[in-house]
Design a protein around this ligand. Structure first.
Ligand SMILES: [Zn+2]
Length: 465
Protein backbone atom coordinates (compact mmCIF):
# COMPACT_ATOMS: atom_id res chain seq x y z
CA UNK A 1 0.00 0.00 0.00
CA UNK A 2 2.74 2.37 0.96
CA UNK A 3 4.41 2.03 -2.40
CA UNK A 4 1.26 2.73 -4.32
CA UNK A 5 0.72 6.23 -3.00
CA UNK A 6 3.64 7.91 -4.82
CA UNK A 7 2.61 6.26 -8.08
CA UNK A 8 -0.98 7.44 -7.65
CA UNK A 9 0.30 10.89 -6.73
CA UNK A 10 2.50 11.03 -9.81
CA UNK A 11 -0.38 9.98 -12.04
CA UNK A 12 -2.75 12.60 -10.58
CA UNK A 13 -0.07 15.28 -10.58
CA UNK A 14 0.79 14.56 -14.19
CA UNK A 15 -2.91 14.82 -15.06
CA UNK A 16 -3.05 18.20 -13.36
CA UNK A 17 0.08 19.31 -15.16
CA UNK A 18 1.80 20.03 -11.84
CA UNK A 19 5.17 19.04 -13.26
CA UNK A 20 4.80 20.99 -16.50
CA UNK A 21 7.48 23.62 -16.93
CA UNK A 22 6.07 27.13 -17.25
CA UNK A 23 6.12 27.90 -20.92
CA UNK A 24 8.65 30.55 -21.96
CA UNK A 25 7.52 33.78 -23.58
CA UNK A 26 9.32 32.77 -26.74
CA UNK A 27 7.57 29.40 -26.81
CA UNK A 28 4.21 31.07 -26.17
CA UNK A 29 4.83 33.46 -29.04
CA UNK A 30 5.76 30.51 -31.30
CA UNK A 31 2.59 28.64 -30.32
CA UNK A 32 0.35 31.66 -30.86
CA UNK A 33 1.88 32.64 -34.17
CA UNK A 34 1.55 29.07 -35.41
CA UNK A 35 -2.19 29.14 -34.72
CA UNK A 36 -2.56 32.59 -36.28
CA UNK A 37 -0.73 31.46 -39.38
CA UNK A 38 -3.01 28.41 -39.63
CA UNK A 39 -6.03 30.71 -39.30
CA UNK A 40 -4.65 32.88 -42.11
CA UNK A 41 -4.03 29.90 -44.36
CA UNK A 42 -7.45 28.34 -43.88
CA UNK A 43 -9.20 31.66 -44.42
CA UNK A 44 -7.20 32.71 -47.49
CA UNK A 45 -7.60 29.32 -49.14
CA UNK A 46 -10.98 28.13 -47.90
CA UNK A 47 -13.06 31.07 -46.71
CA UNK A 48 -16.51 31.40 -48.22
CA UNK A 49 -16.85 34.94 -46.84
CA UNK A 50 -16.46 36.53 -50.25
CA UNK A 51 -19.07 34.20 -51.71
CA UNK A 52 -21.36 34.96 -48.75
CA UNK A 53 -20.96 38.64 -49.55
CA UNK A 54 -21.84 38.02 -53.19
CA UNK A 55 -25.07 36.30 -52.16
CA UNK A 56 -25.95 38.99 -49.62
CA UNK A 57 -25.31 41.78 -52.14
CA UNK A 58 -26.59 40.21 -55.33
CA UNK A 59 -29.58 38.14 -54.21
CA UNK A 60 -30.78 40.38 -51.36
CA UNK A 61 -29.18 43.72 -52.14
CA UNK A 62 -29.56 46.79 -49.96
CA UNK A 63 -31.53 46.17 -46.78
CA UNK A 64 -32.77 49.17 -44.85
CA UNK A 65 -34.32 48.37 -41.45
CA UNK A 66 -37.93 47.29 -41.67
CA UNK A 67 -37.75 46.44 -45.39
CA UNK A 68 -38.55 43.05 -46.95
CA UNK A 69 -34.88 42.78 -47.92
CA UNK A 70 -33.82 43.27 -44.29
CA UNK A 71 -36.14 40.39 -43.30
CA UNK A 72 -34.54 38.23 -46.00
CA UNK A 73 -31.09 39.19 -44.72
CA UNK A 74 -32.08 37.96 -41.24
CA UNK A 75 -32.99 34.53 -42.69
CA UNK A 76 -29.79 34.50 -44.74
CA UNK A 77 -27.70 35.42 -41.68
CA UNK A 78 -29.29 32.68 -39.57
CA UNK A 79 -28.69 30.00 -42.21
CA UNK A 80 -25.15 31.15 -42.89
CA UNK A 81 -24.29 30.97 -39.18
CA UNK A 82 -25.84 27.50 -38.93
CA UNK A 83 -23.79 26.35 -41.93
CA UNK A 84 -20.65 27.86 -40.35
CA UNK A 85 -21.03 25.25 -37.61
CA UNK A 86 -22.02 27.39 -34.61
CA UNK A 87 -22.93 25.59 -31.39
CA UNK A 88 -25.97 27.81 -31.05
CA UNK A 89 -27.78 30.17 -33.45
CA UNK A 90 -30.71 32.35 -32.44
CA UNK A 91 -32.62 35.49 -33.31
CA UNK A 92 -32.98 38.34 -30.84
CA UNK A 93 -36.21 40.29 -31.49
CA UNK A 94 -35.99 44.06 -31.82
CA UNK A 95 -38.52 46.64 -33.02
CA UNK A 96 -36.99 48.84 -35.70
CA UNK A 97 -38.07 52.08 -37.39
CA UNK A 98 -39.19 51.85 -40.99
CA UNK A 99 -38.30 54.84 -43.13
CA UNK A 100 -39.38 54.55 -46.74
CA UNK A 101 -37.73 56.49 -49.54
CA UNK A 102 -40.33 57.68 -52.00
CA UNK A 103 -39.96 59.69 -55.19
CA UNK A 104 -37.43 62.44 -54.87
CA UNK A 105 -36.55 65.36 -57.06
CA UNK A 106 -34.59 68.57 -56.80
CA UNK A 107 -34.40 70.97 -59.72
CA UNK A 108 -32.74 74.26 -60.36
CA UNK A 109 -34.83 76.81 -62.28
CA UNK A 110 -32.52 79.24 -64.05
CA UNK A 111 -33.25 82.94 -64.57
CA UNK A 112 -34.09 82.17 -68.22
CA UNK A 113 -36.53 79.42 -67.19
CA UNK A 114 -34.28 76.47 -68.08
CA UNK A 115 -34.28 73.60 -65.62
CA UNK A 116 -31.47 71.42 -64.33
CA UNK A 117 -31.97 68.20 -62.37
CA UNK A 118 -29.67 68.11 -59.32
CA UNK A 119 -29.87 64.29 -59.08
CA UNK A 120 -30.36 64.70 -55.35
CA UNK A 121 -30.64 61.84 -52.89
CA UNK A 122 -32.83 62.31 -49.81
CA UNK A 123 -31.21 62.09 -46.39
CA UNK A 124 -32.35 59.15 -44.32
CA UNK A 125 -35.20 59.86 -41.85
CA UNK A 126 -36.08 63.10 -43.69
CA UNK A 127 -39.69 64.16 -44.16
CA UNK A 128 -41.20 64.62 -47.60
CA UNK A 129 -42.58 67.82 -49.09
CA UNK A 130 -46.27 68.53 -49.62
CA UNK A 131 -47.79 66.87 -52.69
CA UNK A 132 -47.10 70.01 -54.75
CA UNK A 133 -43.47 70.11 -53.73
CA UNK A 134 -41.79 73.31 -52.65
CA UNK A 135 -40.17 76.09 -54.60
CA UNK A 136 -37.96 78.73 -53.05
CA UNK A 137 -34.86 80.82 -53.54
CA UNK A 138 -31.55 79.21 -52.66
CA UNK A 139 -28.91 80.55 -50.30
CA UNK A 140 -25.42 79.11 -50.01
CA UNK A 141 -23.56 78.74 -46.71
CA UNK A 142 -20.19 77.08 -46.36
CA UNK A 143 -20.43 76.36 -42.65
CA UNK A 144 -22.56 76.81 -39.54
CA UNK A 145 -20.93 80.18 -38.75
CA UNK A 146 -22.08 81.61 -42.08
CA UNK A 147 -25.59 80.33 -41.44
CA UNK A 148 -25.66 82.13 -38.11
CA UNK A 149 -24.27 85.35 -39.61
CA UNK A 150 -26.91 85.41 -42.34
CA UNK A 151 -29.62 84.89 -39.74
CA UNK A 152 -33.39 84.85 -40.09
CA UNK A 153 -33.62 87.82 -42.45
CA UNK A 154 -31.53 86.12 -45.15
CA UNK A 155 -32.50 82.49 -44.51
CA UNK A 156 -36.23 82.58 -43.81
CA UNK A 157 -38.37 81.09 -46.59
CA UNK A 158 -35.33 79.84 -48.52
CA UNK A 159 -33.65 76.54 -49.31
CA UNK A 160 -30.24 76.40 -47.64
CA UNK A 161 -27.35 74.93 -49.65
CA UNK A 162 -24.85 73.62 -47.09
CA UNK A 163 -21.74 73.77 -49.24
CA UNK A 164 -19.30 72.43 -46.67
CA UNK A 165 -16.30 70.97 -48.45
CA UNK A 166 -14.48 67.77 -47.58
CA UNK A 167 -10.87 68.81 -46.88
CA UNK A 168 -8.85 66.50 -49.09
CA UNK A 169 -5.66 67.38 -47.20
CA UNK A 170 -6.74 65.45 -44.12
CA UNK A 171 -4.91 62.12 -44.27
CA UNK A 172 -7.33 60.00 -42.27
CA UNK A 173 -10.76 60.25 -43.97
CA UNK A 174 -12.53 59.12 -40.77
CA UNK A 175 -11.30 62.30 -39.08
CA UNK A 176 -12.68 64.46 -41.89
CA UNK A 177 -15.97 62.58 -41.98
CA UNK A 178 -16.47 63.46 -38.32
CA UNK A 179 -16.51 67.17 -39.22
CA UNK A 180 -18.59 66.89 -42.40
CA UNK A 181 -21.28 64.61 -41.05
CA UNK A 182 -22.57 67.36 -38.76
CA UNK A 183 -24.08 69.10 -41.80
CA UNK A 184 -25.99 65.97 -42.75
CA UNK A 185 -27.00 64.96 -39.20
CA UNK A 186 -27.93 68.35 -37.76
CA UNK A 187 -27.92 70.74 -40.74
CA UNK A 188 -31.65 70.57 -41.55
CA UNK A 189 -32.75 71.61 -38.06
CA UNK A 190 -30.00 74.24 -37.78
CA UNK A 191 -31.33 75.78 -40.99
CA UNK A 192 -34.97 75.41 -39.89
CA UNK A 193 -34.07 77.40 -36.78
CA UNK A 194 -33.64 80.43 -39.06
CA UNK A 195 -36.80 79.71 -41.05
CA UNK A 196 -35.36 77.68 -43.95
CA UNK A 197 -37.93 75.58 -45.84
CA UNK A 198 -35.56 72.97 -47.29
CA UNK A 199 -31.94 71.88 -47.25
CA UNK A 200 -29.54 70.62 -49.88
CA UNK A 201 -26.12 69.50 -48.69
CA UNK A 202 -22.86 68.82 -50.46
CA UNK A 203 -22.39 65.10 -49.70
CA UNK A 204 -20.27 64.04 -46.73
CA UNK A 205 -17.89 62.03 -48.90
CA UNK A 206 -14.41 62.15 -50.39
CA UNK A 207 -15.11 61.16 -54.02
CA UNK A 208 -14.56 63.43 -57.04
CA UNK A 209 -17.61 61.99 -58.78
CA UNK A 210 -21.33 62.19 -59.33
CA UNK A 211 -22.45 59.87 -56.53
CA UNK A 212 -24.57 61.49 -53.82
CA UNK A 213 -24.21 60.13 -50.26
CA UNK A 214 -27.25 59.55 -48.08
CA UNK A 215 -27.14 58.79 -44.34
CA UNK A 216 -28.96 59.52 -41.13
CA UNK A 217 -30.19 62.89 -40.04
CA UNK A 218 -32.14 63.86 -36.94
CA UNK A 219 -34.62 66.66 -36.42
CA UNK A 220 -34.48 68.89 -33.38
CA UNK A 221 -38.05 68.90 -32.07
CA UNK A 222 -37.84 72.65 -31.41
CA UNK A 223 -37.97 73.51 -35.12
CA UNK A 224 -40.00 72.68 -38.24
CA UNK A 225 -39.12 69.41 -39.93
CA UNK A 226 -37.96 70.36 -43.41
CA UNK A 227 -36.99 68.15 -46.38
CA UNK A 228 -33.29 67.51 -46.83
CA UNK A 229 -31.30 66.04 -49.71
CA UNK A 230 -27.67 65.50 -50.69
CA UNK A 231 -25.94 66.13 -54.01
CA UNK A 232 -22.69 64.74 -55.37
CA UNK A 233 -19.31 66.44 -55.41
CA UNK A 234 -19.56 67.33 -59.12
CA UNK A 235 -23.11 68.60 -58.79
CA UNK A 236 -22.16 70.69 -55.75
CA UNK A 237 -19.35 72.28 -57.79
CA UNK A 238 -21.85 73.09 -60.54
CA UNK A 239 -24.49 74.43 -58.15
CA UNK A 240 -21.87 76.56 -56.39
CA UNK A 241 -20.88 78.17 -59.71
CA UNK A 242 -24.48 78.87 -60.64
CA UNK A 243 -25.39 80.31 -57.22
CA UNK A 244 -22.35 82.58 -57.18
CA UNK A 245 -23.04 83.77 -60.75
CA UNK A 246 -26.63 84.54 -59.66
CA UNK A 247 -28.01 82.41 -62.49
CA UNK A 248 -30.68 80.73 -60.38
CA UNK A 249 -34.22 81.99 -59.98
CA UNK A 250 -35.43 79.22 -57.66
CA UNK A 251 -34.96 75.63 -56.60
CA UNK A 252 -37.77 73.12 -56.57
CA UNK A 253 -37.85 70.11 -54.25
CA UNK A 254 -40.27 67.22 -54.16
CA UNK A 255 -40.24 64.10 -51.98
CA UNK A 256 -42.80 61.73 -50.55
CA UNK A 257 -40.40 59.82 -48.31
CA UNK A 258 -41.94 58.99 -44.94
CA UNK A 259 -41.96 56.79 -41.84
CA UNK A 260 -44.27 53.82 -41.43
CA UNK A 261 -44.99 52.04 -38.11
CA UNK A 262 -42.11 50.18 -36.43
CA UNK A 263 -41.44 46.65 -37.65
CA UNK A 264 -40.38 43.53 -35.72
CA UNK A 265 -36.89 42.56 -36.80
CA UNK A 266 -33.92 40.73 -35.28
CA UNK A 267 -30.27 40.70 -34.33
CA UNK A 268 -28.88 37.42 -35.65
CA UNK A 269 -26.58 35.66 -33.20
CA UNK A 270 -24.29 32.63 -33.50
CA UNK A 271 -22.03 31.23 -30.78
CA UNK A 272 -19.09 28.95 -30.23
CA UNK A 273 -19.30 27.94 -26.59
CA UNK A 274 -16.11 28.37 -24.56
CA UNK A 275 -14.49 25.38 -22.89
CA UNK A 276 -13.03 26.41 -19.55
CA UNK A 277 -13.88 30.08 -19.25
CA UNK A 278 -17.29 29.54 -20.80
CA UNK A 279 -19.02 32.30 -18.88
CA UNK A 280 -16.76 34.96 -20.39
CA UNK A 281 -18.05 36.29 -23.69
CA UNK A 282 -16.24 37.89 -26.61
CA UNK A 283 -18.63 39.56 -29.05
CA UNK A 284 -17.66 40.16 -32.66
CA UNK A 285 -19.97 41.69 -35.19
CA UNK A 286 -21.05 44.06 -37.90
CA UNK A 287 -24.44 45.40 -38.94
CA UNK A 288 -26.82 43.55 -41.19
CA UNK A 289 -28.91 46.54 -42.25
CA UNK A 290 -27.67 49.01 -44.85
CA UNK A 291 -28.75 52.20 -46.53
CA UNK A 292 -31.22 51.77 -49.36
CA UNK A 293 -28.75 52.57 -52.13
CA UNK A 294 -26.01 50.39 -53.63
CA UNK A 295 -25.74 46.95 -52.02
CA UNK A 296 -24.30 47.74 -48.59
CA UNK A 297 -21.17 45.81 -49.60
CA UNK A 298 -18.45 47.68 -47.70
CA UNK A 299 -21.01 49.11 -45.25
CA UNK A 300 -21.45 46.66 -43.72
CA UNK A 301 -21.83 43.44 -45.66
CA UNK A 302 -18.06 43.11 -45.35
CA UNK A 303 -18.19 43.24 -41.54
CA UNK A 304 -21.03 40.73 -41.46
CA UNK A 305 -19.25 38.09 -43.54
CA UNK A 306 -15.94 38.66 -41.74
CA UNK A 307 -17.58 38.05 -38.37
CA UNK A 308 -19.11 34.80 -39.63
CA UNK A 309 -15.77 33.87 -41.20
CA UNK A 310 -14.05 33.96 -37.81
CA UNK A 311 -16.37 31.37 -36.29
CA UNK A 312 -16.17 29.21 -39.38
CA UNK A 313 -12.35 29.24 -39.32
CA UNK A 314 -12.23 28.24 -35.63
CA UNK A 315 -14.61 25.40 -36.38
CA UNK A 316 -12.71 24.23 -39.44
CA UNK A 317 -9.40 24.15 -37.58
CA UNK A 318 -10.99 22.40 -34.62
CA UNK A 319 -10.02 25.26 -32.29
CA UNK A 320 -12.18 25.01 -29.21
CA UNK A 321 -12.16 28.53 -27.78
CA UNK A 322 -11.62 28.80 -24.05
CA UNK A 323 -14.02 31.71 -23.91
CA UNK A 324 -17.40 31.93 -25.64
CA UNK A 325 -17.17 33.67 -29.01
CA UNK A 326 -20.42 35.27 -30.10
CA UNK A 327 -20.99 36.63 -33.57
CA UNK A 328 -23.72 39.27 -33.71
CA UNK A 329 -25.22 40.60 -36.93
CA UNK A 330 -26.76 43.78 -35.56
CA UNK A 331 -29.95 45.25 -37.00
CA UNK A 332 -30.64 48.96 -37.49
CA UNK A 333 -27.21 50.51 -37.02
CA UNK A 334 -27.82 53.02 -39.79
CA UNK A 335 -30.95 54.77 -38.65
CA UNK A 336 -31.68 54.00 -35.04
CA UNK A 337 -29.12 51.68 -33.39
CA UNK A 338 -31.99 49.70 -31.91
CA UNK A 339 -30.16 46.37 -32.40
CA UNK A 340 -27.05 47.46 -30.52
CA UNK A 341 -29.13 48.89 -27.67
CA UNK A 342 -31.28 45.76 -27.41
CA UNK A 343 -28.24 43.48 -27.38
CA UNK A 344 -26.76 45.39 -24.42
CA UNK A 345 -30.12 45.52 -22.62
CA UNK A 346 -30.62 41.75 -22.85
CA UNK A 347 -26.99 41.11 -21.87
CA UNK A 348 -27.50 43.19 -18.73
CA UNK A 349 -30.77 41.44 -17.95
CA UNK A 350 -29.04 38.06 -18.21
CA UNK A 351 -26.07 39.29 -16.13
CA UNK A 352 -23.64 38.21 -18.83
CA UNK A 353 -19.91 38.70 -18.53
CA UNK A 354 -18.62 40.55 -21.60
CA UNK A 355 -14.85 40.80 -21.61
CA UNK A 356 -14.45 42.24 -25.13
CA UNK A 357 -16.50 43.39 -28.11
CA UNK A 358 -15.03 43.91 -31.59
CA UNK A 359 -16.91 45.64 -34.37
CA UNK A 360 -15.98 45.58 -38.03
CA UNK A 361 -17.83 48.44 -39.69
CA UNK A 362 -15.26 50.45 -41.60
CA UNK A 363 -15.26 48.60 -44.92
CA UNK A 364 -13.68 45.51 -46.40
CA UNK A 365 -10.26 46.89 -47.38
CA UNK A 366 -6.93 45.55 -46.08
CA UNK A 367 -6.72 45.65 -42.28
CA UNK A 368 -4.23 48.10 -40.79
CA UNK A 369 -5.04 48.00 -37.10
CA UNK A 370 -7.56 47.98 -34.30
CA UNK A 371 -8.87 50.98 -32.43
CA UNK A 372 -8.85 50.28 -28.70
CA UNK A 373 -11.30 51.65 -26.20
CA UNK A 374 -10.20 50.25 -22.83
CA UNK A 375 -8.04 51.09 -19.82
CA UNK A 376 -4.26 51.45 -19.99
CA UNK A 377 -3.41 48.03 -18.55
CA UNK A 378 -5.57 46.25 -21.12
CA UNK A 379 -4.13 48.37 -23.93
CA UNK A 380 -0.63 47.41 -22.84
CA UNK A 381 -1.60 43.76 -22.86
CA UNK A 382 -2.87 44.07 -26.45
CA UNK A 383 0.24 46.00 -27.49
CA UNK A 384 2.31 43.14 -26.09
CA UNK A 385 0.91 41.00 -28.92
CA UNK A 386 1.89 43.35 -31.72
CA UNK A 387 4.50 40.95 -33.13
CA UNK A 388 1.71 38.45 -33.73
CA UNK A 389 -0.07 41.05 -35.88
CA UNK A 390 2.82 42.58 -37.86
CA UNK A 391 2.98 39.71 -40.37
CA UNK A 392 -0.71 40.37 -41.14
CA UNK A 393 0.02 44.01 -41.99
CA UNK A 394 -1.79 45.02 -38.80
CA UNK A 395 0.26 47.53 -36.85
CA UNK A 396 -1.89 50.49 -35.83
CA UNK A 397 -3.31 50.32 -32.31
CA UNK A 398 -3.13 54.04 -31.62
CA UNK A 399 -6.73 55.13 -32.19
CA UNK A 400 -9.55 55.16 -29.64
CA UNK A 401 -12.94 53.73 -30.49
CA UNK A 402 -14.94 50.61 -31.16
CA UNK A 403 -18.15 50.80 -33.15
CA UNK A 404 -21.68 52.16 -32.93
CA UNK A 405 -23.36 48.80 -32.29
CA UNK A 406 -21.09 47.83 -29.40
CA UNK A 407 -21.11 51.27 -27.74
CA UNK A 408 -24.16 50.37 -25.59
CA UNK A 409 -22.33 47.28 -24.30
CA UNK A 410 -19.55 49.48 -22.99
CA UNK A 411 -22.10 51.77 -21.36
CA UNK A 412 -23.76 48.77 -19.69
CA UNK A 413 -20.69 46.86 -18.50
CA UNK A 414 -17.66 49.05 -19.19
CA UNK A 415 -16.72 46.32 -21.68
CA UNK A 416 -13.43 46.94 -23.53
CA UNK A 417 -14.08 47.66 -27.21
CA UNK A 418 -12.11 47.29 -30.41
CA UNK A 419 -12.85 48.36 -33.96
CA UNK A 420 -11.21 46.77 -36.96
CA UNK A 421 -9.44 49.50 -38.92
CA UNK A 422 -9.05 48.73 -42.60
CA UNK A 423 -7.24 51.04 -45.00
CA UNK A 424 -9.64 54.01 -45.02
CA UNK A 425 -8.69 55.84 -48.22
CA UNK A 426 -11.44 54.49 -50.47
CA UNK A 427 -14.22 54.11 -47.93
CA UNK A 428 -15.79 57.57 -48.08
CA UNK A 429 -15.88 57.51 -51.88
CA UNK A 430 -18.40 54.67 -51.54
CA UNK A 431 -20.05 55.12 -48.17
CA UNK A 432 -23.87 55.32 -48.39
CA UNK A 433 -23.87 55.61 -52.20
CA UNK A 434 -24.99 53.60 -55.20
CA UNK A 435 -21.33 52.79 -55.67
CA UNK A 436 -21.12 50.59 -52.54
CA UNK A 437 -21.51 47.31 -54.44
CA UNK A 438 -19.95 43.84 -54.25
CA UNK A 439 -17.56 44.54 -57.17
CA UNK A 440 -15.84 47.21 -55.07
CA UNK A 441 -14.70 44.61 -52.51
CA UNK A 442 -11.47 42.68 -53.05
CA UNK A 443 -11.47 39.06 -51.90
CA UNK A 444 -7.99 38.99 -50.37
CA UNK A 445 -8.37 42.33 -48.63
CA UNK A 446 -11.75 41.33 -47.21
CA UNK A 447 -10.37 37.99 -46.06
CA UNK A 448 -7.32 39.52 -44.41
CA UNK A 449 -9.82 41.49 -42.29
CA UNK A 450 -11.31 38.16 -41.18
CA UNK A 451 -7.80 36.90 -40.42
CA UNK A 452 -7.01 39.94 -38.26
CA UNK A 453 -10.21 39.53 -36.22
CA UNK A 454 -9.73 35.77 -35.92
CA UNK A 455 -6.19 36.37 -34.62
CA UNK A 456 -7.40 38.90 -32.06
CA UNK A 457 -10.23 36.66 -30.90
CA UNK A 458 -7.82 33.74 -30.56
CA UNK A 459 -5.37 35.79 -28.48
CA UNK A 460 -8.09 37.03 -26.12
CA UNK A 461 -9.63 33.54 -25.90
CA UNK A 462 -6.28 32.13 -24.84
CA UNK A 463 -4.86 34.89 -22.70
CA UNK A 464 -7.89 36.90 -21.53
CA UNK A 465 -7.88 40.66 -21.40
ZN1 LIG B 1 -21.84 50.90 -41.20
Amino acid sequence: MKLKFPILFILIAAGLNVFAQPISKQQQYQNDSTVVSRLATILLTNSTGYEDLRILCKTIGHRLSGSTAAAKAVEWGKNTLINAGCDRVYLQPVLVPKWVRGQEEAQVIMQDGQKLNLEALGLGNAVGTTADGLEAKIVEVRNMEELEQLGVENISGKIVFFNHEWRQGVINPFKEYGGCVEYRWAGPSKAAKYGAVGVIIRSAGSGYDNFAHTGSMRYDTLYNKIPAMAISYLMAEKLQRMVRAKQIRAVRMFSNSHFEPDVLSYNVIGELTGTDAGKEIITIGGHLDSWDVGEGAHDDGAGVVQSIDVLRAFKKLGIKPRRTVRCVLFMNEENGLRGGKEYARVAKLNKENHILAIETDAGGSSPRGFSLSMDKTKKEKVLGWKNIFYPLGVYDFAEEGGGADIGPLQQAFNTPLMGLEPDPQNYFDLHHTNKDVFEEVNRRELTMGSVAIAAMVYMVCEHGL
